[in-house]
Design a protein around this ligand. Structure first.
Ligand code: ZN
Length: 73
């Protein structure tokens, strides 16, 4: 009786450990790809991308020609 209970307890313990190990080893996400996608290119070749409306402006412009947001760079 006690041995059966202990065996069941041991099996449950192993199952829990396996579940924890699976969660721990699971990679959260391809972070490199996600980071590359979330960031908006602030400037490109000869262009400044508006951080607000993503309008491409000439690099000489200080404000967005579409919405007037101050451009970085
Ligand atoms: Zn804009």
């Amino acid at each position: 009786m006690d041995q059966t209970f202990l065996l069941a307890l041991a099996v449950a313990f192993v199952v829990v450990l396996a579940a924890i190990g699976r969660i721990a080893t699971r990679s959260p996400s391809p972070s490199g790809q996600a980071a590359a996608d979330t960031g908006i290119g602030v400037s490109t070749e000869g262009m400044k991308v508006c951080p607000k409306c993503r309008m491409g402006n000439l690099w000489t412009e200080r404000t967005c020609i579409n919405c007037g947001t101050k451009l970085r760079g």
